[in-house]
Design a protein around this ligand. Structure first.
Ligand SMILES: [Fe+2]
Ligand SMILES: [Fe+2]
Length: 360
């Protein structure tokens, strides 16, 4: 019998589908006893038939058996058949559902198809029509499961590729991190300050970010930007870096290049692109009088505004060129005095209110 051959086609375990001969499992959900019995009688030679008189029993079989096809009454006493159809399709999208009804209206059938039914049968059944509808539903199911398998394999390949890319990025990041550390230490060997300065600026920046509710992911990038904010000093002459007396105008102009030089150093590393704005703009001032671009207020990237405060604090408290490092109270007064001119007032407010300098 041709039908029998086409019916024995698919087997699946969990989500994995493998071709293997077996009888398809057909679930009949209909509250009319005679309908259930007659469907079982017709299908029993070609299918494993499970009978459910209502939605609850139907859902039970769906959760405990690997159902291929559901024959579902459109008008169940216990629930609306269309709603049940929709629920089944949401949970088991690859099960084909054939609606059965004694009162077919075009609108009801359209609705059933819209909610995912693959076909419909009108009571009383014609045996040949029933078998033909079942056969078509199984072909559709086989096709859908084939597509699902391909999609699953594609997803697996994508995940694997993403994993490889992440590993490669991690390796690249680690080796770049080592290179960056070596560069910072190189500057430090010339000015005896930049390495420890970068560490303190990073610490204070993270304290500020935490109090301002910055997300974990953003905090990671702030950490990276803060660590590298002065890396451009690598391109600044040692005499200028180490000069203890006031820089001449010309020397100061050269020193002001270090944010852009820093950007040039990290630009070849695409994964550090996100750190560029903070590095480039950490010497901007809130009133627009800073460098390199004279950005003003909120035009200055948020992470750069945090860095500007942390950078100035460390410079006041620890810079080797200062004769008298400032105490916490003096630094707080300086911050307040320059709030809104040099610094973002919200950030100054957080530093003072949360007494962050006492943790610094
Ligand atoms: Fe700087
Ligand atoms: Fe700095």
């Amino acid at each position: 019998m041709a039908l029998r051959v086409s019916l024995y086609y698919t087997e699946f375990t969990g989500d994995n589908v493998a071709l293997k001969n077996r009888k398809p499992n057909v679930l009949v959900i209909d509250d009319a006893y005679c309908v259930r019995q007659s469907l079982q009688f017709i299908l029993r030679d070609t299918c494993n038939v499970l009978l459910a008189p209502g939605a609850l029993e139907g859902q039970f079989f769906l959760s405990t058996h690997q159902i291929d096809i559901v024959l579902l009454d459109i008008r169940l006493r216990s629930t609306d058949g269309i709603r049940l159809l929709s629920e089944i399709k949401q949970t088991y999208p690859y099960i084909e559902i054939i609606m059965i009804t004694a009162h077919a209206s075009l609108e009801t059938i359209r609705k059933a198809i819209r909610f995912g039914a693959c076909d419909y049968l009108i009571k009383p059944f014609d045996k040949n029509e029933l078998m033909s509808v079942i056969k078509n539903a199984l072909i559709q199911r086989e096709h859908a499961l084939g597509i699902k398998n391909e999609l699953d394999m594609l997803n697996e390949s994508t995940l694997y590729l993403e994993h490889l890319i992440r590993n490669a990025e991690d390796t690249m990041m680690n080796s770049s991190k080592n290179n960056m550390t070596a560069m910072l230490l190189n500057i430090d060997s010339r000015d005896g300050y930049t390495w420890s300065h970068a560490k303190r600026v990073t610490k204070l920046s993270l304290l500020i970010a935490e109090k301002m509710g910055v997300t974990d992911e953003q905090t990671q990038w702030l950490k990276c930007s803060a660590s590298l904010h002065d890396i451009g000093k690598l391109h600044i002459d040692t005499d200028i870096l180490k000069k203890e007396s006031k820089l001449t105008d010309h020397e100061y102009e050269i020193m002001k290049r270090h944010p852009e030089e820093g950007v040039k150093i990290i630009r070849p590393l695409p994964f550090l692109k996100i750190a560029v704005p903070a590095i480039r703009h950490h010497h901007e001032r809130y009133d627009g009088q800073g460098y390199p671009f004279g950005l003003q207020g909120k035009e200055i990237p948020f992470k750069a505004r945090i860095l500007a405060v942390a950078d100035a604090v460390d410079s006041m408290m620890n810079s080797p060129v200062r004769q008298n490092p400032c105490a916490v109270e003096r630094v707080e007064r300086e911050l307040q005095g320059n709030s809104g001119s040099q610094f973002d007032p919200e950030i100054v407010d957080v530093v003072i209110r949360c007494k962050l300098l006492s943790f610094f």
